[in-house]
Design a protein around this ligand. Structure first.
Ligand code: FES
Ligand code: FES
Length: 155
């Protein structure tokens, strides 16, 4: 039996230790926002946060995710700057890759010391969008940074 903490909730699932975390999230916990793309850690569609770091859930055996804090796209607040920026800049086309893209950007945006837009954009090279929304992803990143700065000023 595997114990997981996902989006602040505790779960116990009866799966073998080497089951990819992605299958557990989608098939057992029914958190289907996280997508399957390549299944070999190459495309980024399955990106989630594990203890705040962007990780590819298709390449993580579920046992490795025990006793860690897992966040999926469903657990990222609706008012998170990346989600808001993605809506404002209409980044999404078909949408399939975007949960993973958003989770990767959100993790980079929370790094300390803060990364600038170019540094974040450079770290997105390994994320694949078959619709080619890359120009809008770059715009979204810049907008999310601006929104984050405004929120920091307000607080
Ligand atoms: S599905 Fe995990 S990186 Fe492609
Ligand atoms: S928006 Fe369609 S794959 Fe990225």
């Amino acid at each position: 039996m595997i114990s997981l903490n996902v989006n602040g909730k505790n779960y116990r699932v009866d799966v073998s230790d080497d089951t990819p975390l992605l299958w557990v999230l989608r098939d057992y916990l029914k958190l289907t926002g996280t997508k399957f793309g390549c299944g070999i850690g190459e495309c980024g569609a399955c990106t989630v946060h594990i203890d705040g770091k962007a990780e590819r859930s298709c390449a993580i055996p579920v046992k490795q995710a025990q006793r860690k804090k897992i966040t999926t796209i469903e657990g990222l607040p609706q008012n998170h700057p990346v989600k808001k920026a993605w809506i404002q800049e209409q980044v999404v086309q078909c949408g399939y890759c975007q949960p993973g893209v958003i989770m990767q950007v959100a993790a980079l945006l929370s790094q300390k010391p803060a990364l600038n837009a170019d540094q974040i954009i450079n770290k997105m090279d390994d994320v694949i969008c078959r619709c080619g929304t890359y120009p809008r992803i770059k715009k979204g990143i810049k907008t999310a940074i601006e929104m984050t700065k405004k929120e920091v000023k307000k607080s």
